[in-house]
Ligand binder design. Sequence first.
Ligand code: DGY
Length: 331
Amino acid sequence: MNTAARPRILIARAIFPEVVEKLSQHFEVEANPSDELWPRDELARRLQGKQGVFTTGGERIDAALLAQCPELKICANMAVGYNNFDLAAMTAAGVLGTNAPDVLTETTADMGFALLMAAARRVTESEHFLRAGKWDRWAYDMLIGQDVYGATLGILGMGRIGRAIARRGALGFNMPVIYHNRSRLPAEAEAEVRARYVSKDELLRQSDHLVLVVPYSAESHHAIGAAELAQMKPTATLVNIGRGGVVDDAALAQALLDKRIAAAGLDVFEGEPKLNPALLKCSNVVLTPHIGSATVPTRMAMAGLAADNLIGYLTTGKALTPLNPEVIGQR
Ligand code: DGY
C-alpha cells in the first residue's frame, strides 16, 4: 500500500503493543507508549491532520476540541461508557463515536459480585485486621458481616451488565432479584434473569445488597445521595461499578461513618482518580481503582473492538458499534 495515502490516527494512551501493531498495518499511527496524560491543548495539537483517534474513556471530546480538528472523522472509545464524548457535538461535526459494549459484560459483572461479597463479608477489613497483628483470639462477633446467599439483590440500571449481575445472584446465590431502570424490561427478559421491577423507593427499602450499574449523565447525577441512603436498611451493602458521580461520595462516606448502612464496595468515584478523602477514613468500604473490566482477555477484546471500529470506518466506511450512526456517509 502507498503509505502516503494511508489515514492517520492517534492512540491517546498506551495500549497493548499487538493492537498498535494491528493498527499500524492500516494507518500512519502516532502512539503514546510512555502513557503521558496529554492536556487538552496537547491532545488537540497531536490530533492535527489525524482522521481517527483511539480513546480510553478519559479524553474529553467536545465542540471546542472538534473545532480545532476539522479532519477528524472517528473517535473510538475503548470503554462501554462514553461520558467523555459530547455526542451531540460530535454528531453536529459529523464525527462518529464508537464504544466497546458486550465484550466486558461478564468480567464487569464478576467485579460487581466481588465487591458485593468483599463488602458484605468484610474481606478487606479482615485482611487489614490480620496484617495489623490484631487477631489474638476467637470472638463471636469478630468481623461479623451479612449473608449474600439468599439475600435480596437490588440492581439500579438493568442494561447488559445489570442483567449479568442478576443472573449471578438468582442462579448462583438463590437471591430474589429486584431492579429499577428507566424502562422496564420485557417480561421474557425479566423471567430470564428472575428479576422483579420495583420503584426506586422500593428498591432502596427492600435491597439487602444494592448494585449500581448506571451510566453517568445529568439525569443520574447523585442518584444516590443522603436522602436515598437514609431509605436503605442499616444492614445493607451498596456497590457502585457504574460511574463516579452517580453516588454523592461525601454523603456516602458520612452514611458509612455513621453506620447508616453497613458497607460499600466502590470501583468508581466522583472526580477519579482522586477520591473523597472521607472515604479513606471508613473501614467499612472496599475501594478499587476502576478495574471492573481489567482482565487480560477482556481488555484485549475491548482494545480489539476499538481498533476494528477505526479500521472498519476509515477503510470501508462501516463501524461495528457506532453511537451516532446518523453521521455515517456524511463525510
Ligand atoms: C467502561 O468500559 O466504561 C468501563 O468503566 C471500563 O473503563
